[in-house]
Design a protein around this ligand. Structure first.
Ligand SMILES: [Zn+2]
Length: 227
């Protein structure tokens, strides 16, 4: 093989080797081995159904901290939608481990406002829900809800301001108007104070649709309400 061909092949392999989104080191999977270990260290031990407010159940794959927090930020803000696959599948595995999970539920992702989604190019909750539903075989209503009012980012707001910020933010989407679904399992990336989930659940319940609870990739510690 001629030297320039070898150089060209070398250059192509350098340019095409995938990089870990968290540390930029070469990675042959979604994360490099070290970051994968760090993200997986955030997994909650013994997955269970936790009771939330307004009779809503919460199932979380991991703690919203350290590498998992960075992975979710990378997915959302650094344009790494492919990370929804491992995260969605891990959440599905946690769900399938639950001994007394309800058999009949319909999954509705927490929607983004259309202008924000156009800006980002995707809704991470919908991507997570896709991979979650692929594994759990639960039906997915992509447009069960819509976010018809743009809300300020929840980050840094107090619990009360969060609830005000989200008041009437959601409306019933065409997928839930078209038919009466089985009780809903909402799906989102992060659960902090639960204000988003309660607001979404209220919108569905006003329409007579039952809501079982929410599945999230990461749950913030209970004492860190404004994270
Ligand atoms: Zn890495």
């Amino acid at each position: 093989m001629k030297a320039w061909v070898r150089h060209l092949n070398g250059l192509i392999s350098v340019l095409t080797v995938s990089r870990c989104p968290l540390c930029e080191r070469p990675a042959d999977a979604y994360f490099c081995t070290s970051c994968a270990r760090q993200v997986q260290a955030c997994e909650l031990k013994g997955h269970k159904v936790s009771p939330g407010e307004d009779s809503l159940c919460i199932v979380a794959w991991g703690r919203y901290t350290d590498a998992l927090k960075r992975a979710i930020a990378s997915l959302k803000y650094d344009n790494h939608p492919e990370l929804a696959l491992p995260l969605g599948e891990w959440l599905a595995a946690a769900w399938l481990e639950l001994p007394q999970r309800p058999a009949r539920l319909t999954v509705v992702p927490i929607p983004m406002h259309v202008s924000k989604q156009q800006q980002r190019g995707f809704n991470q909750a919908e991507l997570l829900a896709e991979h979650f539903c692929d594994q759990t075989r639960l039906p997915l209503l992509r447009q069960g809800l819509i976010r018809h009012r743009e809300t300020t980012a929840q980050f840094g707001l107090t619990a009360t301001t969060r609830a005000d910020n989200l008041k009437d933010a959601f409306a019933i989407g065409k997928d839930c108007l078209a038919r009466s679904p089985a009780p809903v399992l909402l799906l989102d990336d992060i659960y902090t104070t639960g204000a988003t989930v309660r607001s979404a659940a209220q919108t569905l319940r006003r329409q007579g649709i039952r809501v079982w609870g929410v599945a999230v990739v990461a749950q913030a510690a209970l004492d860190r309400k404004t994270q």
